[in-house]
Design a protein around this ligand. Structure first.
Ligand SMILES: NC(=O)c1ccc[n+]([C@@H]2O[C@H](COP(=O)([O-])OP(=O)(O)OC[C@H]3O[C@@H](n4cnc5c(N)ncnc54)[C@H](O)[C@@H]3O)[C@@H](O)[C@H]2O)c1
Ligand SMILES: O=C(O)C(=O)C[C@]1(C(=O)O)C=C[C@@H](O)C=C1
Length: 321
């Protein structure tokens, strides 16, 4: 979807981190003219050169303060463990009225680590696009990444609604459906829908490869679509996920405990041959999985209020009659 706005949504957008998410957003902004200028702060000279070579930023700096000084919007797109250090660099570096947002997979810790550093008159709108892949780096990004996916914003009390509205408009122009919620609620939801699945995927790959060398070869050699589908996300970036688990510890440990209890119940049912219990559970969970639809289909079928919402309001094609 191209930007139907008569003019760019922002004059200058500064990215801190230009990996999968930052470069995908920058590509979309460039493709659809959503901002007049893009700057970025990237530590690696090689990555800075690459970002300029592929044309997804107009200026690339090593120093964060240089990259953000003239920005109307700063998008923090680094692992959430870097936010304290990044926040310290933003202190005293931004012009009055600038908006800071982020894409971090955890929200409470991002608010904890960034908000204290922001000067009076600088606005903070934490965000999280629920879209991604197992790949990393600026060459892994693509402008369609966000199409018909959810973006969650966790507005902070006291911040002007106009700041939230501007960040919301940008994500909608990137093709996303935007929902606002409290940061702790976000962290609990993502704990089950994203963080636990990654923990399990990493674990099962570890379990498989800890088997005897010979068997291990057979495991990798004979891994069929089930194992491959299930473990795709285990190829995700270790730094990113280390930081996610350490910064959403409480929610992850809570949901992990419940998962372990459910797994123990299944283990017991298998040990005692309780076929009906297994069958009933699998029937129920299959229906739940079959009910999971993309955000776009969600809006085609019904809105949050239960009314029928034509998805063309977001410039999306109407469903076939
Ligand atoms: N990968 C996904 O599927 C996905 C989806 C949604 C949100 N996110 C979130 O987006 C953020 C970025 O993830 P990504 O997938 O783009 O990662 P990535 O590894 O592709 O890119 C990370 C970028 O941050 C930079 N960086 C790393 N450490 C830094 C530091 N200390 N200071 C400044 N820059 C630093 C890297 O150079 C790189 O440019 C993370 O917070 C992640 O939780 C990721
Ligand atoms: O599709 C993938 O590879 C992802 O893992 C994307 C995914 C997820 O679905 O868990 C990963 C982390 C994010 O914060 C949001 C989305």
């Amino acid at each position: 979807m191209t930007n139907t706005a008569s003019q760019p949504l922002f004059e200058t957008v500064a990215f801190i981190g230009m990996g999968l998410i930052g470069s995908s957003m920058a590509r979309r902004i460039k493709r659809d003219g959503l901002a007049n200028k893009i700057t970025c702060a990237v530590r690696s000279e090689k990555t800075r050169d690459r970002v300029l070579e592929i044309g997804i930023a107009d200026e690339a700096y090593c120093d964060i303060k240089e990259a953000v000084g003239d920005a109307d919007l700063v998008m923090i797109c680094a692992p959430v463990g870097a936010n304290e250090a990044i926040g310290a660099q933003l202190s005293g570096a931004l012009k009055k009225g600038a908006i800071v947002s982020d894409v971090g997979s955890v929200k409470q810790s991002v608010i904890r680590d960034i908000a204290p550093h922001l000067d009076e008159g600088v606005h903070f709108v934490p965000g999280h696009p629920l879209a991604g892949t197992e790949h990393s780096g600026p060459d892994s990004g693509f402008p369609e990444l966000f199409e018909e996916r959810w973006c969650i914003l966790t507005p902070i009390a006291g911040e002007p609604e106009t700041a939230t509205a501007k960040v919301k408009a940008l994500w909608e122009a990137c093709g996303m459906f935007v929902e606002c919620m409290d940061a702790d609620h976000h962290d609990r939801i993502l704990g089950i829908t994203s963080h636990l699945p990654h923990l399990i995927a990493y674990t099962i790959v570890g379990t498989a490869t800890d088997l005897e060398d010979a068997l291990r070869q057979e495991v990798i050699k004979f891994s069929a679509t089930g194992f491959r589908d299930f473990t795709r996300i285990a190829a995700s970036d270790p730094t990113m996920w280390r930081d996610v688990f350490l910064n959403n510890r409480e929610a992850v440990l809570e949901v992990l405990g419940r998962f372990q209890e459910d797994l123990m119940a299944l283990q017991r049912a298998i040990r005692w041959g309780e076929g009906d219990k297994l069958f009933d559970l699998f029937t129920r969970t299959r229906e739940i999985r079959r009910g999971i639809v993309d955000a776009g289909q969600y809006f085609t079928n019904f809105s949050a209020e239960g009314e029928n919402r034509q998805s063309d309001e977001k410039g999306k094609k109407k469903p076939a009659e």
